[in-house]
Design a protein around this ligand. Structure first.
Ligand SMILES: Cc1cc2nc3c(=O)[nH]c(=O)nc-3n(C[C@H](O)[C@H](O)[C@H](O)COP(=O)(O)OP(=O)(O)OC[C@H]3O[C@@H](n4cnc5c(N)ncnc54)[C@H](O)[C@@H]3O)c2cc1C
Length: 451
């Protein structure tokens, strides 16, 4: 018995129920009544890590579009009075130096609150199938054959369209690019095969991030007041992002430390491990008082090696599509990885839901997704890297200032104002709410392509 309102035109398998996969499922639900969805997640339950996530106006617009704004503000305890603005400071010296306040506000949430809400809004029949770790898939032999999904537990499932939302170590991407490399090899293109195989490997950004949550009530009054102002503080080779979540009850802190020359080298340790307060405190000794207070208040910091995905030559092969970190994992310096996954979901669902798209015409819809989303998201990958380089004072003349000079406040003051100006330019796109306009444009493009 079908549970859809209309007969199904095709069946989509979403692999991965992270923020990207869940939002994509919700967009499909909003846009299509004739698409069946199965969601496969490797974890035994939804367990978003204990950390915050920020959403710029461009992304918040999508939450509103899905009608989730009120409920999200309710469960997160966030202010309805308006989201706060991030303050930029230089803090690798005895006292923080104010640079500027970014004009666009950001909504900040506990990831678990967000994920719970998204999962709650899935249709009853789109429920997630847990403990299903995809190992690989088999491509269909013909237009009408299904794709066969193979799971690590030995079971199989089928679908018409496979959307890999399985994060930076994506099994969907690995299968897709291994197949493309094998095909290149079979055609005698050995160099191309090597290039394609390399697309499977995440790239170490040269940075680690210490992450942790601090109960605001644990801080002295004056420190608490300061810690509840969202801020991005910069310094030579390091920066810290601080913002309140859960209605100001928790302070989310992420402290980035760069290994000079580390970018693109192999990171030999585990990607996520536990750290100690002493280790983080040592990294930030000599920084402004609020930073030292916060890093000393951490009880169980974790340390993450920040990796990115290579710039892929395509997000699509046949009826298999990559979305979110599986397609374009980026450094977190623009706070935009999840936002870009949401934009992928908006565009892909709009194309697939179009009444003219069926198994005969789907290749044209997927080509538009790749043509539109890949250049956009890959540009944000590059801008995120540049932003990290700005935060760590390697750009705009700062490269001539040593760590010692930076910490001693020995630098021309005009370097700071030029830095602030450039940073505003790099972030301006996040305040532009034009992703819904992009949706209208791709639908028109699809209609003219299929006319
Ligand atoms: C320190 C840090 C701070 C960040 N801050 C922000 C921010 O403020 N704003 C923002 O927009 N972005 C931020 N990001 C980026 C953001 O977290 C990611 O871009 C986003 O979570 C990607 O979502 P995703 O669903 O594509 O992938 P993931 O969140 O990685 O989800 C993938 C899902 O797939 C599942 N899975 C994996 N493999 C398989 C398999 N083989 N079979 C089945 N299931 C599988 C996983 O269990 C997981 O549930 C930050 C990132 C970091 C590291």
């Amino acid at each position: 018995m079908t549970t859809l309102k209309s007969p199904s035109k095709f069946r989509i398998a979403i692999v991965g129920a992270g923020l990207g996969g869940l939002l994509f499922a919700l967009f499909l639900q909003k846009h299509a009544e004739d698409i069946e969805v199965d969601i496969y997640e490797s974890a035994h339950e939804l367990t978003e890590l204990g950390a915050g996530v920020a959403m710029w106006p461009r992304v918040w617009e999508l939450i509103k579009y899905l009608g989730l704004e009120e409920e999200l503000l309710e469960i997160s305890g966030s202010s309805r009075a308006g989201a706060p603005n991030f303050v930029f400071e230089k803090a690798d010296e005895a006292q923080s130096v104010y640079i500027h306040t970014f004009p666009a506000p950001a909504q900040t949430f506990h990831r678990a609150d967000l994920q719970k809400l998204l999962a709650k809004h899935l249709r009853a029949y789109d429920r997630i199938q847990y403990a299903k770790r995809l190992a690989s898939y088999t491509e269909p032999a013909s237009e009408s054959d299904p794709i066969v999904l193979k799971f690590r537990d030995g079971t199989e499932a089928t679908c018409d369209v496979l959307v890999g939302c399985d994060g930076i170590k994506s099994a969907v991407r690995r299968t897709m690019y291994t197949r493309m490399a094998d095909e290149a090899e079979a055609n005698g293109q050995a160099e191309e095969a090597t290039r394609l195989r390399a697309m499977n490997d995440p790239i170490w950004s040269g940075c680690v991030a210490y992450r942790g949550l601090i109960p605001a009530g644990q801080l002295e009054n004056s420190d608490r007041k300061e810690a509840l102002v969202p801020r991005i503080v910069i310094g030579k080779h390091k920066n810290v992002v601080i913002y309140p979540i859960s209605g100001g009850e928790i302070v989310n802190v992420v402290a980035f430390v760069e290994t000079p020359g580390g970018r693109g080298t192999h990171y030999s340790g585990p990607w996520v491990s536990t750290s100690t307060t002493e280790e983080v405190a040592q990294q930030f000794s000599g920084w402004a008082p609020i930073i030292r207070t916060l890093v000393n208040s951490w009880t169980n910091p974790t340390v993450w090696a920040i990796h990115t995905a290579a710039e892929l030559p395509t997000f699509v092969k046949g009826r298999v599509v990559l979305l979110g970190d599986a397609a374009h994992a980026m450094t977190p310096h623009q706070g935009s990885g999840a936002g870009q996954a949401f934009e992928d979901g908006l565009i892909l669902s709009s194309l697939l839901a179009h009444p003219s798209v069926n198994l005969k015409t789907i290749s044209r819809a997927l080509k538009i997704y790749d043509d539109v989303r890949r250049p956009f998201a890959q540009n944000i990958q590059r801008v995120s890297d540049l932003t990290g380089s700005m935060y760590h004072l390697h750009e705009m003349g700062w490269e001539k200032v040593s760590a010692e000079e930076s910490m001693a406040g020995q630098y021309p003051p005009e370097l700071l104002s030029a830095w602030g100006q450039r940073m505003s330019e790099l972030l301006v796109w996040v305040s532009e709410g034009d992703s819904l306009k992009a949706r209208e444009q791709v639908v028109s493009l699809l209609e003219s392509t299929l006319a």
